[in-house]
Design a binder for this molecule. Structure first.
Ligand code: ZN
Length: 341
C-alpha cells in the first residue's frame, strides 16, 4: 500500500499554549509516528496554501478576506473559542490546500490512501464565520475541489469527531453530491445535529446525523454504523470517502462524554477502509479534527495509519471505558425509519 500524509511546520505556528486545540497535539502525533516506526513507511505530500477560489468553493469572499486581514494584523479571537495569530491564515490555507492535494492524488490513483495531519481543524467553520477552533471547512473544500479537479461526482464525508460537524453540514446543506454523516454527542456543542436534519431541497436525505447519548460506546457505535451508516453509504455509492477524524469521542477525552475505546475507533476506521475498498477502489482520506487527550490522540492517529497500511495491530494503552453503555435500539429504529432502511 502507498499511504500519503500531509504535515508542515506551519501547522505548529497557529498556537495558543493554554487552549485545548494547541500545537502540542501535532507534536505528540509526530513523536508517536517517529518512535513507532510508522513515519518512514509513509509518503510525505507537501502542502500548499489553498487558492482563494478554492476557499470560495465553501466560504464567502468577505469572510476569507476578514480572516486574512485579522491575521496580517497579528490575529485575535474570531468567536469565544476560536483564536488566531499572525500565522493562522497561512496554517489554515495550508490545511485546506494539503487536504485537497492529498484527496486528488488518491482519486487519481497516485496514492492508495492517506491522512492529512492538519491544524487548525475545520468541521465547525460555516460559510461566513469561524466557530469552535475552526477557520475553513477543510473536508468540504477538499470534497468540492476533488469534484472540480478530477470530475468525480459523489463524495461522502464521514465525521466521527464527538462534536457535530455543523460547518460541513451548513456548507453542504443543499448539495446532493456530497453525503455527510456525523456521529456526535447530543445535545452538546455546537447544538446542531438533530436526527431530523437530513439536508434540504435536492439534498434531502443526503445528510445523516447520529445523535449519541452520553456514555454510548463501542457496541452502540458498531450497531449504528453497521445497521445505518454503511447501508446508506452503499446506497449513495461514493467515489471518494473523506473522514473527519476526531479522537475526542474516546472515554478519556477531557472535553466530552462518549465512551469509545481506541479498539472501538479501530473497528470504525477498519470498517470505513473496508467499505472504501468495496465501493470506490479503496479511495479514502482522513483529515485530523479534534482529540484533546494526547495519550489517546497520538496512538489513535498511529492506529489509523496502521490500518491504512493494511496492518491489523492496535495500540490501546487506556483500555476499556468505565461506563455501562446505554441501549441504542430506540435511536436505531428512529434512524431506520427516517432514512427508509
Ligand atoms: Zn470535536
Amino acid at each position: 500500500m502507498t499511504t500519503g500524509y500531509v504535515y508542515e511546520r506551519v501547522f505548529h505556528k497557529h498556537n495558543w499554549p493554554d487552549h485545548p486545540e494547541n500545537a502540542r497535539r501535532l507534536s505528540a502525533v509526530m513523536d508517536y509516528l517517529s518512535s513507532h516506526d510508522i513515519l518512514p513507511r509513509l509518503v510525505h505530500i507537501p502542502s500548499r496554501e489553498a487558492k482563494i477560489n478554492e476557499l470560495q468553493l465553501c466560504h464567502h469572499p468577505l469572510y476569507i478576506e476578514m480572516v486574512e486581514d485579522t491575521c496580517r494584523f497579528g490575529g485575535g479571537m474570531l468567536d469565544a473559542d476560536t483564536y488566531t495569530n499572525k500565522f493562522s491564515f497561512e496554517a489554515a490555507a495550508h490545511a485546506a490546500g494539503g487536504l485537497i492535494d492529498l484527496s486528488v492524488a488518491v482519486v487519481k490513483g497516485e496514492l492508495d490512501n492517506g491522512f492529512a495531519l492538519i491544524r487548525p481543524p475545520g468541521h465547525h467553520a460555516i460559510p461566513n464565520r469561524a466557530m469552535g477552533f475552526c477557520l475553513f471547512g477543510n473536508t468540504a473544500i477538499a470534497a468540492r475541489a476533488a469534484q472540480y479537479i478530477t470530475g468525480i461526482e459523489r463524495v461522502a464525508i464521514v465525521d466521527f469527531d464527538v462534536h457535530h460537524g455543523n460547518g460541513t453540514q451548513a456548507i453542504l446543506e443543499e448539495d446532493p453530491t456530497v453525503m455527510f454523516v456525523s456521529s456526535h454527542q447530543y445535545p452538546f456543542y455546537p447544538g446542531t445535529g438533530a436526527i431530523y436534519q437530513t439536508g434540504t431541497g435536492p439534498a434531502e436525505g443526503t445528510k445523516i446525523n447520529l445523535p449519541l447519548s452520553v456514555m454510548m460506546g463501542d457496541e452502540d457505535i458498531k450497531r449504528l454504523y453497521g445497521e445505518v451508516v454503511f447501508p446508506l453509504l452503499r446506497r449513495f455509492q461514493p467515489q471518494l470517502i473523506i473522514v473527519s477524524a476526531g479522537f475526542d469521542a474516546h472515554w478519556d477525552d477531557p472535553l466530552a462524554n462518549i465512551g469509545l475505546t481506541l479498539t472501538g475507533y479501530q473497528w470504525l476506521v477498519n470498517s470505513l477502509i473496508g467499505l472504501a475498498g468495496e465501493l470506490c477502489d479503496g479511495k479514502i482520506v482522513f483529515a485530523l479534527e479534534g482529540g484533546y487527550n494526547l495519550q489517546v490522540l497520538a496512538p489513535g492517529v498511529g492506529n489509523t495509519f496502521r490500518a491504512l497500511l493494511g496492518e491489523t495491530d492496535v495500540d490501546d494503552p487506556l483500555g476499556i471505558s468505565p461506563w455501562v453503555e446505554p441501549d441504542v435500539s430506540s435511536l436505531l429504529s428512529q434512524l431506520k425509519k427516517i432514512h427508509a432502511l
